[in-house]
Write a protein that binds this ligand. Structure first.
Ligand SMILES: Nc1ncnc2c1ncn2[C@@H]1O[C@H](COP(=O)(O)OP(=O)(O)OP(=O)(O)O)[C@@H](O)[C@H]1O
Ligand SMILES: [Mg+2]
Length: 453
């Protein structure tokens, strides 16, 4: 914590001197003033606390106290006086004086009061900062972008947040902002004062996930030594975010569906119906439609979840937002790394906009983070992204084998591989090959690959 600055205001040089010396020895920075006017001038030097004599040659302490508080509500004031009447003391306290010390004072006591006062403001500031940080990171404005796609996403998120909808489905490739949007929905809703709880369905084996979600009674299974509340119960009134819902085991999918329809459930091994009011936001980067067709995901659960689908666009489909996102991340890393990068050069922006971003906004964020760590220029330029350009051109160094190739066959094989790797998603397959959707469609038809393998 930086050293606090204290302003001592008294017309008696000896009193100023004794207070200043004592407080310097405690490690504070000190300012001095002999009159009320001089004290007000010193406010621009940013004192955290003022020790203020009540009797001043040009005015009285209460007037100065009022002016100090007008200047900055957070500056602490301790009034020192030999002639306090109860009325002045009451008035000073009403005006926000922290303390009233009688003259002659004991230096130890003054030092202790100063320390206590600074400690309370530090706590007060921390709490205020904590509160505003806790609320602000997930405002709608956290979803950065001015493209039509992101603008309509923000509208949708705002509407869904305040709607009575009890389920929401977020789909989109990895790194498109599903986690972010889930939190924005929660904090923009009237559930924001209640818990936001999140669980990744792929992270736990089925039984554990089930007991995490629904809780269990004592003895429900071997390790269940005590009764435990599940996430749905703990989040009552709030939001539960089920990430990677596509990975949920079929048995559990059925139980989740039952809960979504009945709003109540039983703990594992329990017989009592527990009713809760939670909004379930589910997310997946799989194509649930296809998962349903191939019987890996229950169609009834899919239909229930899909009442309010929000599709997060891949970054390459709104590349015009890249400069805004880059500026946003530069700002964020400037404060995190204590740097003063001003932006990126036009060349850097066009480089960043020409890349396909298979890892979407997360990949962009990582690329900017790396560039910010390594760069020491005022603006990020092309050279700061050399790792990325290398990766981009790596594929271009394909070497023709001595035996030659059958170009048509090679093209077909690469196309099949790209489609397989992107689960048949044509846009994503296109990115892998540096082709747009039309170009990829054309080739799919040319090689007679429809329907997609
Ligand atoms: N539109 C956006 N504006 C600002 N930041 C964004 C945006 N979209 C994503 N981000 C940021 O990108 C990173 C990745 O986003 P997030 O974790 O929400 O992706 P995800 O869709 O949940 O990915 P995954 O499927 O891999 O879990 C986060 O740091 C997130 O804050
Ligand atoms: Mg995620």
């Amino acid at each position: 914590m930086p050293k606090a600055t204290i302003l001592v205001v008294d017309d008696e040089p000896l009193i100023r001197w004794s207070l200043t010396e004592r407080l310097k020895s405690e490690g504070y920075d000190l300012l001095e003033a002999g009159t009320g006017g001089a004290a007000l001038e010193k406010l621009t030097e940013g004192p955290d606390l003022v020790l203020l004599d009540y009797r001043l040659p040009d005015t009285d302490g209460v007037t100065i106290l009022r002016k100090i508080k007008e200047f900055d509500q957070d500056i602490l004031v301790i009034l020192l006086t030999a002639y306090a009447s109860v009325d002045t003391a009451v008035e000073a306290m009403k005006l926000g004086a922290y303390h009233f010390a009688n003259k002659p004072f004991n230096l130890d006591e003054v030092a202790a009061t100063v320390e206590r006062a600074l400690e309370t403001t530090r706590l007060r500031r921390e709490i205020r900062q904590f509160r505003s940080n806790a609320a602000r990171p997930y405002s709608l404005q956290r979803i950065v972008g001015a493209s039509a796609a992101i603008t309509s996403l923000r509208h949708m998120v705002a509407r869904v947040a305040v709607s009575p909808a009890s389920t929401v489905l977020l789909t989109g490739e990895s790194g498109t902002g599903k986690d972010l949007v889930a939190k924005v929905i929660h904090y923009a809703s009237d559930r924001s004062g209640k818990p936001f709880m999140n669980i990744t369905c792929s992270a736990l084996p089925e039984q554990l996930l089930e007991s995490e979600l629904f809780g269990h009674e004592r003895g429900a299974f071997t390790d269940a030594r005590t009764q435990k509340k599940g996430l749905l119960e703990s989040a009552d009134g709030g939001t539960v975010f089920l990430d990677e819902i596509g990975e949920m085991a079929p048995g559990l999918q059925a139980k989740l569906l039952r809960f979504l329809e009945e709003k109540s459930f039983k703990r594992l091994g329990g017989s009592v119906d527990i009713r809760v009011d939670v909004r379930v936001i589910a997310a997946t980067n799989r194509n649930l439609d296809e998962e349903v067709k191939s019987h890996r995901f229950r169609s009834d659960l899919f239909f229930r979840l899909n009442v309010l689908p929000i599709v997060l666009p891949a970054l390459r489909s709104h590349a015009e937002d890249i400069p805004l996102l880059v500026e946003y991340f530069i700002d964020a890393f400037n404060s995190e790394f204590r740097k003063r990068v001003l932006g990126a050069t036009p060349a850097a922006y066009s480089l960043l906009q020409s890349y396909g971003w298979p890892g979407n906004v997360r990949e962009l964020r990582n690329v900017i983070e790396r560039a910010m760590l390594l760069s020491d220029g005022e603006r990020l330029d092309g050279r700061d992204f050399s790792a990325m350009t290398k990766a981009m051109s790596a594929g271009n160094d394909f070497e023709l084998p001595a035996t030659g190739v059958d170009l048509e066959q090679l093209e077909r094989s690469l196309l099949v591989q790209a489609l397989r790797r992107s689960n048949g998603n044509q846009t994503r397959a296109g990115t892998l090959l540096g082709l747009n959707r039309d170009q990829i469609r054309y080739r799919i038809e040319k090689f007679g690959l429809t329907p997609v393998p």
